[in-house]
Write a protein that binds this ligand. Sequence first.
Ligand code: SAH
Length: 374
Amino acid sequence: MTPNQVNLLGMDRQLMAGFFSDLGEKSFRADQVTKWIHQQGATSFEMMTNISRDLRKRLSTLSVVDIPGIANARCSADGTRKWLLRLEDGNCIETVFIPESARGTLCVSSQVGCALNCTFCATARQGYNRNLTSSEIVGQLWLANRALGSLGADPDGLPGVGITNADITNVVLMGMGEPLLNLDQVLVALRLMLDDFAYGLSRRRVTLSTAGIVPAIDRLRVECPVSLAVSLHAPNDELRDRLVPVNKKYPIRTLMEACRRYVADAPRTRITFEYVMLAGVNDSPQHARELIALLQSLPVKINLIPFNGFAGAGYECSLPRDIARFQELLIGAGMMTMVRKTRGDDIDAACGQLAGQFIDRTNRSRKMRAHPPA
Ligand code: SAH
């Protein structure tokens, strides 16, 4: 890609229609090219046979369809697959596919690293490098779709051991990064995920997970209200300030108000609250009771996530009996509560284990080595 070429991979149809209109072309060209790229997997204009030879030639001087490269691909004993993708600037990010009997979920990254510094997360330890572009976000879906064979090719050549459902039916923005700190690019990628000319997923099958960037939750509600998951992890500010430091900026009460506005605009939907189970930190019956009081008047689904460890984490996962007791209390209060099954931990693909490879612009990894957490 030369500096004056654009990457069509990350353009939603509105942007693409603008691109064609600047060329003096009709907007239906955007429909055609979107389908070629995202449904047929086309990366060269030569393949786009319903487009005139002249226009194809112009397109290939002005634009590219540039896909991130696969640096490494791994498959877990449970069928979970993880790809390490190398971006143009040499940074790497991770994408994970989790097959289940009735659905297949792709977990997508939104930033190189993360700036939020949640104390129990491996990505946070790496620090932050930069936002992903819409091409790099949707490129993860493009690649996984292809690697999983729905387009016939299998560029990483893995056998797909134990896969029960190789189709991507759901996408979660739960990989590396905070999607609501990269909302402009994330919105473009979301529109492509929902577009019938691209991936055609329903809003309910696309979930954005956030640590709680309140103004951006409001913007998402207005611009593209996909399913929302909130990484709560603590029922009070005192504890949440420590686990999820962005809570100091957007404390629980403000966050809950934004959640209320989100569901008020989208009746019949529930917000998912994620709660990582940390032994002796946030897993007592008293915490469960506080959580019930906090969430009782909202339509919620609670996802208890057994903590996934990594070197030097400084936390332990709660005991199974403590997780079960916590869940029982919530269910007893009438709250839909699931314990998330740990998947892909043998290939470091479980929640909170994604690390990628990049230069840390926050220097957090260096500071952490000098002053490790207690
Ligand atoms: N920044 C977004 C999305 C990325 S994290 C967010 O905070 O929601 C996806 C989920 O994994 C979040 O709920 C996050 O808190 C959780 N997570 C992070 N580290 C974890 C770990 N070590 N074990 C279990 N879950 C973890």
